[in-house]
Design a protein around this ligand. Structure first.
Ligand code: U87
Length: 296
């Protein structure tokens, strides 16, 4: 019944148009809130941020219940248990920090650091160029050497290794379908992605976080690993004195479902619950997760 079909097609077309417009409106709305997040970061202060999160008690290498040693232990295990390997490691949303690649730099021949803010990229480039930085990373380097069964004085060798394998410090935007500039990575993608406290701290909602997880997948080769560290139960953090940056408050179930909805196979999930004195007034985080996932 052509008329019928005709009618049918017309109808789809008809119904189509409003739906497409709806989608466009939705995308515009999403874009607006993502834009608002980007605006939040303009006042981000790398030096203040490092003081807030990378000094004692959160970074106390004498305390087993301190956050940073827990993160370093998770990364050390993941990078040394043998299945995470290859040539290219990319750190997504590095911020002004280097701790997240201090184990991986021994396993990968090329490490790419990335961040949205030039201020953070400059902080990283300064340390790579001449070791000057707003935070002394040597206690971190020594601690990771200890985890590797090496003497702490090997930290200078690790610093040289880090400087030797970090090939780029690139701009990134996880809200773009291609977060990095075209040609930044080999055509098949990176062998491993690591990302710490980025996605939940830059996404206006869980839907946007899941889209960002999908965008990261486009940067990873099939069979590659994603090592994801993030905050649980957090609604804000201070990016500078008085600068509250909104955070998507996640629970473990949302972490798992977000990874699987983005096509990753979750291999390991560990959770750290903050003790009272780790709550130092720079955020309202309640826990930290470490997820090891693989892209089929
Ligand atoms: C770190 N990785 O400290 N696309 O581990 C890509 C973007 C975008 C965008 C902004 C959040 C800090 C979390 C680093 C930096 C992580 N940054 C960049 C903080 C919050 C819990 C907690 C924190 C830190 C932006 C340590 C500890 C705890 C930042 C980075 C997010 N509270 N990247 N569109 N927009 N960024 O410039 O550098 O993401 Cl222990 Cl508990």
């Amino acid at each position: 019944m052509p008329g019928e079909r005709e009618g049918q097609e017309g109808a789809e077309q008809l119904s189509e148009k409003p739906k497409r417009e709806e989608e466009e409106e939705e995308n515009d709305e999403d874009e607006d809130v993502v834009e608002a997040m980007r605006a939040c970061y303009q006042g981000f202060d790398p030096a203040a941020y490092l003081q807030f999160n990378y000094t004692p008690p959160r970074a106390d290498f004498q305390r087993a219940d301190s956050i940073v040693p827990w993160k370093l232990a998770c990364l050390h295990r993941a990078f040394t248990e043998g299945d995470v390997r290859g040539e290219v490691l990319v750190d997504v949303g590095s911020g002004p920090t280097l701790y997240q690649v201090m184990s991986g730099c021994e396993v990968f021949g090329r490490v790419v650091l990335t961040d949205y803010l030039e201020a953070n990229r400059r902080e990283l480039q300064r340390w790579l160029r001449d070791g000057s930085s707003s935070l002394d990373w040597s206690p971190y380097l020594e601690h990771v050497c200890r985890l590797e069964g090496r003497r702490p004085s090997a930290s200078s060798e690790k610093a040289s290794r880090l400087r030797a394998v970090v090939s780029d410090v690139l701009p990134i935007d996880v809200h773009r379908a291609c977060p990095l500039a075209p040609g930044s990575l080999p055509p098949q993608g990176a062998d491993c992605l690591v990302s710490c406290f980025c996605l939940e701290s830059v996404s206006p909602d869980v839907a946007s976080l899941r889209r960002a997880l999908g965008h990261l997948s486009s940067m990873l080769r099939p069979g590659g690993h994603l090592l994801l560290i993030g905050a649980l139960g957090e609604s804000y953090y201070l990016g500078a004195a008085g600068l509250r940056i909104p955070v998507v408050a996640l629970d473990e179930a949302q972490v798992c479902s977000s990874l699987s909805s983005a096509g990753y196979r979750l291999q390991q999930l560990s959770v750290y619950t903050l003790t009272a004195d780790m709550s130092v007034g720079v955020d309202d985080v309640t826990g930290v997760f470490f997820a090891k996932a693989r892209k089929p």
